[in-house]
Design a protein around this ligand. Structure first.
Ligand code: PMP
Length: 294
């Protein structure tokens, strides 16, 4: 993620990552009370472009506001600083990680001051390029009455790590979490879509992180005239699906070949997900969607 030369943005300054220091007595360090984003930049024919930069920084702001972390930043300026971070590190294709964290305070209380850092590194597809063997997790997503599930809060990722480690320990590639009522929710760091009878389905908002990639996929479905329905779905709906995929900024669009050892009947190459994967790639690379070859 970093070496001796890596530069990051930290509270108004560009600093070497190895020289950046922070206090250990913070609510972020002790309680997971902080907020972050995951963003990607792509090398396009028109130069390096941060994909959906405004949407990501807007979510960073909303996440902070939802959990009472004051957000004193100007997003346009942060986007500009992010481009500078990319330039200073000679990055074109990159994963970008802004983090808003608290200054010293051990109280279970409102934060005092906050800090922001933005770093970036080269990161291939987070879940790899191979089709995934997915497993339904024994962990459920946090209940919406126990936290702000639509905020990208540091502490929520303990739940994600538990589910992911459990799935890998059982020999699967990734977990799929249900909500506390047993409906399909999402992956530890991605949203779910599945195909049945030529239509796409995805869990509705309420118990998931409303992914920016998920919203993009829904938009692309309109362009491609693919029907997509948001709703409450049971594990059986996924077990009986024709194909499925996960999507997220880090993972992009990645096909799922099986659920708990049972293969989906439609081959990835022939699925709606594959079409969307190709179209998404063109979109992030700033190419006309019509160039997509199916
Ligand atoms: N759900 C969770 C739990 C996530 O961590 C992520 C990654 N941010 C997503 C969904 C996908 O969100 P996005 O498409 O905005 O990256």
């Amino acid at each position: 993620y970093f070496d001796d030369k890596t530069i990051l943005y930290f509270d108004g300054q560009f600093t070497k990552a190895v020289e950046a220091t922070t206090n250990l007595y913070t609510q972020t360090m002790h309680y997971g009370y902080g907020v972050f984003e995951g963003i990607r930049a792509y090398e396009t024919a028109n130069g390096t472009k941060i994909f959906k930069a405004e949407e990501h920084f807007e979510r960073l702001k909303n996440s902070c506001e939802q959990i009472h972390i004051p957000y004193k930043y100007n997003n346009e300026e942060l986007i500009q600083k992010t481009y500078e971070v990319l330039k200073l590190n000679n990055l074109t294709d990159a994963y970008i990680r802004p983090l808003v964290f608290c200054s010293p305070n051990m109280g279970i209380s409102r934060p005092n001051e906050v800090s922001i850092m933005i770093c970036a590194w080269e990161w291939g597809a987070y879940l790899g390029e191979k089709l995934l063997n997915l497993s339904i997790s024994s962990y459920c997503r946090p209940h919406p009455r126990s936290t702000k599930v639509e905020a990208k809060v540091c502490g929520h990722y303990v739940n994600s790590i538990l589910a992911s480690v459990e799935a890998k320990d059982k020999g699967f590639d990734e977990a799929l979490l249900l909500d506390s009522d047993g409906f399909l929710a999402e992956g530890p760091g991605s949203n779910l879509f599945f195909e049945k009878d030529g239509k796409l389905f995805t869990p509705q908002r309420g118990n998931i992180l409303p992914g920016i990639t998920r919203a993009t996929v829904i938009e692309l479905c309109k362009e491609l005239e693919i029907s997509v329905e948001e709703g409450l779905f049971k594990p059986e709906d996924l077990q009986n699906a024709d194909s499925a995929f996960l999507c997220g900024t880090a993972a992009e669009i990645i096909g799922v070949s099986s659920l708990d050892g049972k293969d989906f009947p439609i081959k990835w190459e022939n699925s709606l997900g594959k079409k969307l994967q190709l179209t998404y790639k063109n979109l992030v690379l700033d190419k006309p969607l019509l160039q997509t070859q199916f």
